[in-house]
Write a protein that binds this ligand. Structure first.
Ligand SMILES: [Mn+2]
Length: 275
C-alpha cells in the first residue's frame, strides 16, 4: 500500500550569515547590518506570501559565534512571525559544540516553531500534520573530516523525507582539498525526496539520481558582493514522487528563475566516497 502524500511547499535558504556586521564581528558596519536584516525580513515575507508549509535553513544561518544577542532575538522573532515549522541544520559558521551561539539564548522560548537539529551524528524530526520527516547532521568544529551524509540512517518513513546538508558537492571540476564532501553516491544512499544543500553562494541543482531532487539555495545576499550569484531563495514544491519543482525567487524584485533554467551540475562519476 502506498500512502498518498499531500503536496508540500518548502522555502529553502542558507548561508545568510546574519550578524556578519555585528560589533564583535571584525566587519562592524551599522549600515550593512541594517541592510542585511532587512534582506532577511524579505525572506520571511516571501514565505508568508507563498504560504509555504516549512522553512529549511541548512547551515551558516549566523556568521560567527560572537553575533550580538539582539541578532539572535531578531531572528527568533521573525521565525515566530512566519509561524511555520522552521528547521535549522547548523553549518561551519554556526556550529554546535563548545562556544556554540545556539547555547547562549533559548531561541525556542521566543519561537516554539523553530527546530535546530543539533546532533553531529544526525537527528531527525517528524511533522505528522505535514507528512514530513527531516534529517540532518550538525557541524561541530571537532570533526575535521566531517561529511554531512556519511553513514545515514534508513529512511523508515512513507511520507515526504527531506535531508539537509552543509558542504561541497563533488562534481568533475570540484576542488577536492575542500572539506565537507557531498557526493551523488551518498545522496542516493539517503533515499529521500529532496536534499536541501548549503555552503555555496550560488543556487544550483545537482545530480542526485532518479528519485531525489537536490539543490543549493545559494546565499540570499552575497557577502563577497562581487559574484552577483546570490540574491535568491528557493521555493520547492513537492507534488508527487515524479512531480517536484524548484523556483528561484528573487529578493530584489528580479524575475523568478524556473526549474529548467536553474544552473545544473553533474556528479563526478569517478569519485568514490566509500573508500
Ligand atoms: Mn559554510
Amino acid at each position: 500500500m502506498s500512502i498518498i502524500k499531500k503536496p508540500l511547499k518548502i522555502l529553502h535558504t542558507s548561508d545568510i550569515h546574519l550578524g556578519a556586521y555585528d560589533k564583535r564581528s571584525g566587519r562592524f558596519s551599522d549600515e550593512n547590518k541594517i541592510k542585511q536584516e532587512r534582506h532577511f525580513i524579505k525572506i520571511i515575507e516571501l514565505g508568508i506570501k507563498h504560504q509555504v508549509d516549512a522553512f529549511l535553513i541548512p547551515g551558516d544561518l549566523f556568521d560567527n559565534a560572537r553575533v550580538d544577542d539582539e541578532t539572535l532575538v531578531l531572528f527568533a522573532n521573525e521565525i515566530k512571525r512566519l509561524g511555520i515549522p522552521t528547521i535549522v541544520a547548523p553549518g561551519n559558521h554556526d556550529h554546535v559544540g563548545p562556544n556554540s551561539l545556539y547555547d547562549r539564548i533559548d531561541l525556542n522560548k521566543i519561537a516554539s516553531n523553530l527546530f535546530i537539529l543539533r546532533n553531529e551524528s544526525g537527528s531527525s524530526i517528524t511533522f505528522d500534520e505535514l507528512n514530513l520527516k527531516i534529517w540532518a547532521k550538525a557541524h561541530t568544529e571537532e570533526i575535521p573530516d566531517f561529511r554531512p551524509f556519511s553513514e545515514p540512517p534508513a529512511r523508515n518513513y512513507d511520507g515526504w523525507y527531506i535531508c539537509m546538508g552543509h558542504g561541497h558537492y563533488i562534481h568533475p571540476k570540484a576542488v577536492q582539498r575542500h572539506s565537507f564532501h557531498i557526493s551523488c553516491q551518498e545522496i542516493n544512499h539517503l533515499d529521500c525526496d529532496y536534499v536541501a544543500l548549503g555552503h555555496w553562494e550560488q543556487y544550483t541543482i545537482v545530480e542526485a539520481g532518479i528519485n531525489t531532487l537536490a539543490a543549493y539555495s545559494g546565499a540570499p545576499e552575497s557577502l563577497a558582493h562581487e559574484s552577483g550569484l546570490g540574491g535568491r531563495v528557493l521555493l520547492v514544491e513537492l507534488n508527487s514522487k515524479d512531480d517536484k519543482k524548484i523556483t528561484a525567487l528573487s529578493l530584489n524584485g528580479e524575475e523568478k528563475i524556473e526549474h529548467e533554467d536553474m544552473p545544473y551540475l553533474e556528479a563526478d562519476k569517478d569519485y568514490n566516497p566509500f573508500n
